[in-house]
Design a protein around this ligand. Structure first.
Ligand code: IVH
Length: 708
């Protein structure tokens, strides 16, 4: 990022990218010259924003430049050129895409399917063998890149101007999608002038993709408009690229990364000669093309394996999908020596990660009843290996999701498991012949499939819930497992299988019954030898000495997670005080809002819940009782301030320190939650926002008065 704050930059920086320093507003400038300057400025700032992710200008100021250019061009249509930033989206609905023969074929690369580090070793060993390198020879220099999950694109620049964009097609012939690709703002319509001369013909090869946030936003818009949603960012990107109506294509936000070249002709004087693939990528970057930051020069198989591991750990945090990494021999001379096998270069390989998405068949749809009675439709699946594990069930979240995704028994569906997230059904894959036969929509049951109690849906809530409470075996099981989990009472050995038997056999009817279990009742159960029964009893005994936060969390009060339980314990010190606290008293606790306070009140107002607590205590569950740890009351505790503009005497940091010392929070942006905005001179949009939301505005003195 730029060290300068955007607002301290002049609207028309005097010298971005080799630009003259005269004021663009000078009246003597010809329209042509003014247009030229505006274009340079717009291209410069768009590149900072879209490619380098380092904007130097507030959006509103950028809009001013853009509108000025539009107005001038409207007055002088003869001065419009195809590389003008206003000319990204042009064209008519096409009947079809016209075929494009690639000057240099677009090849694919071999895939290393062993997703462990051995995959990197296998590639390196092959390269060393081909190059006849011995053990004593140094490690081979590689470039390691991300393998973007989008679609391959070839961008043809002639004398620096983008003249054509083509899909890969069969590798020899693709489709002319120039009209849609021009709309991708990361792709320069004209290559930037840099120290390096631009070759007369330069074909840039890379991947068009859709960022995950853009994909989510697109799907949300499609849903709101009652339109078709897309199953994943790659399908959405492919659809956008091949959209015949440029007006529709424009609404589908695409991005691009360059990773190589196709045809490159030399300058008459020889032009830039590249020795390495990495050097080539740096040149593409200098010409204004986006190259992924995670592109590294690494040495030997260790360097490759290390890259694979690091990117694997980072993968879920990237803003876009990747399905692996790509290794390329760095030296172009060695690439030439290695050549091709059939249609694949010997010098490159794709090293995959376990797929996060797979297709499989829905065998059935079951309803699972959770700890709070929530009914969740779950797809029973033909077992499938995805995200590194075999998945047999995947959540469908709720009835609305189920409807929206149109999932029915017998469908082929895409299952996704990313990171540690629970597997989910992304959507159905339409089959050529349509659905095999009529299958009705899956209805949510009217009674609980486990206990037969009535199922209700509270107004404003998405979830359907069983009203059976702890009478419902499913809820009882989940409540027990929750109580016994490591972060709650930590009862080792009280797992799913044992809990199933205890509840199904009516041995445990209420939570405290677990502390009434005896050796004989336990060892009579399936797969319970005397020894394991004794272990469970010992674990139960041990769990009785606990802490108040663990106990509170273990009760499974809706909306009371571990951290809330800790805050409650810290604030009240004693359980009885938590149980008897009024809503107002609860709201005084750090991070407790009306919803959590409401849950706590409802829970402790029920006589049967208080009874459970008493019985657990009577069974010997105990914790050190402590007096509450209370922060000394600070005058501004619970208030949020936003500082904007220049204050007369205090620097922003000083003002922030003073506010925080008085217990206030200081936030960077104004929202409904802001209590006060402190505004100094030249306060800008934050002040406007405060006024819009009706948030009180203080000057420095006003703020100091609050601190007094
Ligand atoms: S290099 C001759 N590098 O993966 C080498 N391809 O079969 C040409 N891909 O669909 C490909 N990221 O679009 C290369 N960093 C990367 C890539 C990449 C994604 C795609 C490519 C093609 C497939 C390769």
């Amino acid at each position: 990022m730029s060290a300068q704050s955007p607002s301290s930059l002049p609207l028309f920086p005097s010298e971005p990218v080799g630009q003259g320093s005269e004021s663009p507003q000078a009246p003597e400038l010809s329209a042509a010259e003014r247009i030229r300057q505006l274009r340079e400025q717009i291209v410069f700032h768009a590149h900072q924003y879209y490619v380098l992710d380092a904007p130097q200008l507030p959006d509103a100021d950028y809009d001013v430049l853009y509108q000025a250019l539009e107005a001038l061009e409207a007055a002088h249509p003869e001065l419009i050129t195809p590389d003008s930033p206003t000319q990204r989206v042009i064209g008519q609905v096409l009947p079809d895409f016209e075929p494009v023969r690639h000057a240099v074929p677009m090849l694919s690369i071999k895939t290393e399917t062993d997703t462990t580090p051995a995959g990197a070793q296998a590639f390196d060993a092959r390269i060393r063998r081909e190059l006849a390198l011995g053990e004593g020879d140094p490690p081979v220099a590689y470039v390691a890149e991300l393998k973007f999950d989008g679609l391959a694109m070839s961008l043809r620049y002639e004398d620096g101007m983008l003249v054509q964009a083509a899909t890969r097609g069969d590798g020899e012939t693709g489709e002319n999608v120039t009209q849609n690709i021009r709309g991708i703002r990361q792709i320069p319509l004209r290559l930037h002038a840099s120290g390096l001369a631009v070759p007369p013909v330069l074909e840039v090869r890379g991947e068009v993709y859709m960022r995950r946030d853009d994909f989510e936003a697109l799907n949300a818009r499609q849903r709101d408009a009652g339109g078709k949603t897309f199953v994943n960012p790659r399908n959405a990107a492919a659809g956008a690229v091949r959209q015949l109506d440029p007006a529709i294509a424009r609404q589908r936000p695409l991005s691009f990364f360059a990773y190589g070249v196709g045809e490159v002709t030399q300058q008459a004087d020889g032009g830039p000669a590249f020795e390495t693939h990495y050097g080539l990528l740096q040149a593409l970057k200098a010409w204004g093309l986006p190259v992924a930051g995670q592109t590294e020069q690494v040495a030997g198989s260790e360097g490759l394996a290390d890259f694979h591991l690091r990117i694997g750990a980072e993968r879920d945090r990237l803003p876009y999908d990747i399905d692996g990494v790509v290794y390329k021999v760095d030296a172009l001379e060695l690439q030439r020596q290695l050549g091709f096998v059939s249609r694949e270069p010997r010098w490159a390989v794709a090293h995959k990660y376990p797929a996060q998405e797979q297709t499989t068949t829905v065998l059935g749809i079951d309803i699972q009843v959770g700890r709070t009675g929530k009914l969740t439709p779950v797809a029973r699946l033909q077992p499938v290996f995805v995200g590194g594990v075999t998945v047999t069930n995947a959540t469908l979240h709720n009835r609305f999701e189920l409807r929206r995704k149109r999932v029915r028994v017998g469908d082929l569906v895409i299952v996704r498991r990313a990171g540690d997230v629970i597997p989910e059904v992304v959507g159905s894959v339409p089959q050529p012949g349509g659905r095999p036969a009529y299958v009705p929509n899956f209805p949510m049951p009217e009674v609980c499939p486990v206990c037969g109690s009535q199922v209700v849906r509270q107004r404003g809530e998405v979830a359907y819930r069983c009203t059976g409470g702890l009478f419902c075996a499913a809820q009882r099981k989940q409540a027990l497992l929750h109580f016994a989990q490591r972060r709650a009472l930590d009862i080792e050995g009280l797992g799913e299988k044992l809990v199933d038997q205890l509840v199904d056999g009516d041995i445990v009817k209420v939570l405290p019954d677990i502390y009434r279990l005896g050796l004989s009742s336990l060892s009579a159960l399936d797969r319970m030898a005397d020894k394991s029964a004794q272990n469970v009893l010992a674990a139960l005994e041990k769990s009785k000495s606990t802490t108040l936060p663990r106990f509170l969390f273990g009760l499974g009060i809706p909306n009371v997670g571990e951290s809330t339980a800790k805050d409650l314990a810290k604030h009240f010190g004693l359980l009885d005080r938590v149980m008897d606290a009024t809503t107002e008293q609860l709201l005084e606790v750090n991070d407790v809002g009306p919803i959590v306070a409401g849950s706590l009140r409802t829970f402790f107002e029920q006589a049967h819940n208080r009874e459970v607590v008493e019985q657990l205590r009577a069974c010997g569950v105990h914790w050190p009782e402590q007096e509450p740890v209370r922060a000394p009351a600070l005058p501004l505790a619970g208030l949020t301030f936003v500082i904007t503009g220049t204050l007369p005497t205090l620097s922003r940091d000083e003002a922030k320190d003073r506010l925080e010392a008085a217990g206030a929070k200081v936030a960077g942006s104004v929202s409904k939650k802001t209590s006060f905005v402190v505004a100094g001179e030249e306060a800008g949009s934050k002040l406007a926002k405060a006024q819009e939301l009706g948030i009180p505005v203080l000057d420095e003195q006003g703020m100091l008065d609050k601190l007094a």
